[in-house]
Design a protein around this ligand. Sequence first.
Ligand code: BTN
Length: 258
Amino acid sequence: MHLPASQALVPELIVRLSSPSTNAELAELARAGDLPSFTTLVTDDQTAGRGRLDRVWVAPAGTALAISVLIRSAEISPQRLGWLPIAAGVAMTETIAASLPAASVGFKWPNDVLVGGRKVCGVLAELLPEHSGVVVGAGVNLSMTQQQLPVPSATSLAVEGADAEPDTVLAGYLGRLQQLISGYLDAGGDAETSGLAQRARELCETLGREVRVEMPGGRVLEGTATGLDRNGRLIVRDTAGAEQAVAAGDVTHARLAS
Ligand code: BTN
């Protein structure tokens, strides 16, 4: 892949012809060496991609980008790190929306990017040991045809008619991600002060919706998503009227009444 615009944006862009998992590979490099924040590892052939909640992430070779970005976040309190994957969802939403002005592009909490309600990008953030940083991984479906989509609820930039050129998508994403995360780190992890929280609320399609949340451990919560708290948790008003803050889970949106 030829990625000159992306290369110019980050301290180091590591491009692999193939990688088992860009998150795993970048985490290993970060453990072994002194890589700076925003070092990025990318491939269009990821063979053992990891998804959220211990799922796998699959894409035929050459049809999707797997992007992992190292964030050095030692000075940020662990409770606030939930904003990092949300920042990735915001950055990818804005990148895709720029080439699809007529479409509905947003993200489902915490960070699935949706075009017309179908998932085009997933995000997985993984903590490095000893508070030494976070690897923020994003998988975005670029040129997949309808037949190549892994599930009916997925889509790709090509299927939607968006710009699917790898360097354009990657540079758009990396540029915006760095702005959002640098602002958030400069504000000591305060996403309200940095503006990240406000932008996330504008683009989060979950807010205001009836939701079903399957939480790690199997508990299910149903109610209305009313907001994001200062740590990026989803606030859900349950059917008894009590507000609960959700840090991790799989959210399903109820259909909007038409
Ligand atoms: C999800 O389940 O929606 C999250 C998918 C995250 C996939 C990305 S691709 C780049 C990075 N490397 C991985 O192994 N996973 C993430």
